[in-house]
Design a protein around this ligand. Structure first.
Ligand code: GLN
Length: 550
């Protein structure tokens, strides 16, 4: 039976709770334990799939097709455990399940209430698969005191009460602000946060305190005294230059030891941290630098493309170079913007996923620049579709080539152009066929999750993957139309990866170019620091070669 660690936050948001959870998962694995990491989010959206990346950062997709929070990406990158749809839940999903049951008559005769019906639903979620691992780490989104969070805090309180002593512990993350005037770390916000936790019946066993400097002994004793937590279970967490230093930093501070002590596990297995020492060595001891321009739409917020940023770092690590990624707003290339001037000096161009027409003319201009100048180009999902449109217009002489998605966005008539990218109406998923209409609900209706693709013989991608078939994660509604295949292939744009039934183009590559690849899926979601994705590894290798040319 698993032991449960509940991770909560207080004082302010964005303290790195997801990262602390992921690092703790990695440290427990380093001691030989199996783990599963979960996120419980108090917002009312059923999942983050319909939220703007500006609001919530990237949407992370699991193998089994759930649209989840970007923290799930941290969990996977640190632990290599593939998340499942059952590892992420929101208040919206909980309420929607409860209401569905109410309509079905499952609670017939009862008045539906937050306690016990909503809290029971949350507890049932926490229990899923509990026999499969040694430790289940459950992070509660938001901070203690948030109105939406209350049912979740109440549920984990009840859960720990119902379990035998010592099966659940609580780790609480807070902030120790530095007061310049008195030159000291202030402990009062942490005291208040723990008081708030205790007022709802939860007594933290371990405190993780974010601060700008190491916690002096006097402050540590003060926190211990006022918060009723042992001094050796107060873990300091300072800002790090590289998130991949987090496991080693938390280990030095004693986080994993404090957690095992709180569970009274004795003797503790010794950790093998060699993987993280190697990862750390690679990020710190890069031997050169390459510059990659990421031309996209949500460039104001780096979290919007979190997994891409991380996958590029991984690609750099295995090539022993630092990757300097610059986020370029595609709209600067529109209406006569100077593409050549802005992109000269970059060793590679990447166009990430996205939705809607805004910025796509600029992205098409960037794709053309990379194609014509022989600069390595990596198009991901929307970035592949735009590369196809660009090639169709400028190589294939299909002047009106465009995507149905943009026509819908601008209300222009479909008959005005050649829809080389069309709305996907059906596809095969396992043994069944999924059907979609353009006016379907927006939530959860895309082609989502891991699908197989067959790589063509003698293609660049088959060499990079060293495989003939792959599984990659998808999140898209539109697709390259096969009717244009012959025309595009005759101009050198090869369809090098296809769905097993041969109906959906999955990868395109330019044969006469140093590195020009577009993929309909999201390879960044499967890249890990200790196991970089082959496409990112090779893309950065090509960027290194390009950097030697200029
Ligand atoms: N908007 C495009 C589609 O739905 C691309 C999606 C994406 O980049 N994830 O097909």
């Amino acid at each position: 039976m698993a032991r449960f660690v509940f991770i909560t936050g207080g004082v302010v948001s964005s303290l790195g709770k997801g990262l602390a959870t992921a690092a703790l998962g990695a440290l427990l694995q380093a001691r030989g334990y199996t783990v599963r990491l979960r996120k419980l989010d108090p917002y009312l959206n059923v999942d983050p799939g319909t939220m703007s990346p500006f609001e919530h950062g990237e949407v992370f997709v699991t193998d089994d097709g759930a649209e989840t929070d970007l923290d799930i990406g941290h969990y996977e990158r640190f632990t290599h455990v593939s998340a499942r749809a059952t590892d992420s839940i929101s208040a919206g999903r909980v309420y929607s399940n409860v209401l569905e049951k109410e309509r079905r008559g499952d609670y017939l005769g009862k008045t539906i209430q937050v306690i016990p019906h909503v809290t029971d639903e949350i507890k049932a979620f926490i229990r899923i698969g509990e026999d499969e691992v040694d430790f289940m780490l459950c992070e509660i989104g938001g901070t203690v005191g948030d109105i939406e969070g209350l049912p979740f805090f109440e549920a984990i309180r009840q859960f720990s009460q119902e379990r035998p002593d010592g099966q659940c512990i609580f780790v609480h993350l807070t902030l120790l602000p530095f007061n310049k005037a008195s030159s000291e770390l202030k402990t009062k916000p942490t005291q208040h946060s723990v008081k708030e936790m205790r007022s709802i019946g939860i007594m933290p066993h371990v405190l993780v305190c974010r601060s700008d400097c190491p916690i002096p002994e006097t402050e540590r004793r003060k926190i211990a005294l006022f918060c009723n937590v042992r001094p050796d279970r107060i873990i300091g967490a300072q800002d790090l230059d590289w998130i991949y230093d987090a496991p080693l930093a938390y280990h030095r501070e004693g986080l994993d030891q404090a957690v095992l002590d709180a569970f009274r596990i004795e003797p503790c297995p010794k950790p093998d941290l060699s993987v993280w020492e190697d990862v750390s060595d690679r990020v710190h001891n890069a031997e050169g630098e390459v510059r990659v321009a990421i031309v996209g739409k949500y460039t104001r917020l780096e979290d919007a493309y979190k997994s891409i940023a991380e996958a590029l770092v991984h690609g750099g690590m295995c090539n022993r170079v630092r990757v300097k990624a610059d986020w370029v707003d595609a709209e600067v290339f529109e209406n006569g913007g100077d593409v050549t001037g802005r992109l000269a000096g970059y060793d590679a161009v990447l166009i990430p996923g996205g939705f809607g027409k805004r910025g796509t003319d600029g992205m098409i201009a960037a794709a053309r620049f990379a194609r014509e100048r022989g600069v390595p180009y990596f198009g991901i999902c929307l970035g592949m579709q735009l590369a196809v449109i660009e090639a169709a217009r400028n190589l294939g002489n299909i002047k009106l080539a465009d995507s149905e998605e943009f026509a819908l966005d601008t209300d222009s008539s479909l008959s005005d152009f050649d829809p080389v990218i069309y709305h996907l109406k059906e596809w095969v998923d396992g043994n069944s066929t999924v059907r979609r209409r353009i006016d379907d609900d927006k939530g959860g209706t895309m082609r989502l999750g891991a699908y197989k693709a067959i790589l063509g013989p003698d293609t660049r991608v088959a060499r990079i993957y060293e495989a003939t078939s792959i599984f990659e994660r998808h999140r898209h509604r539109f697709e390259v139309d096969l009717r244009y295949r012959d025309r595009l292939e005759s101009c050198g744009l090869r369809f090098s990866g296809m769905s097993p039934d041969g109906r959906l183009p999955e990868i395109i590559e330019l044969t006469d170019h140093p590195w020009y690849i577009g993929v309909q899926f999201h390879p960044e979601l499967k890249s890990r620091p200790f196991d970089p994705h082959p496409l990112f590894r090779d893309f950065i290798r090509a960027a290194v070669e390009q950097s030697r040319l200029v």
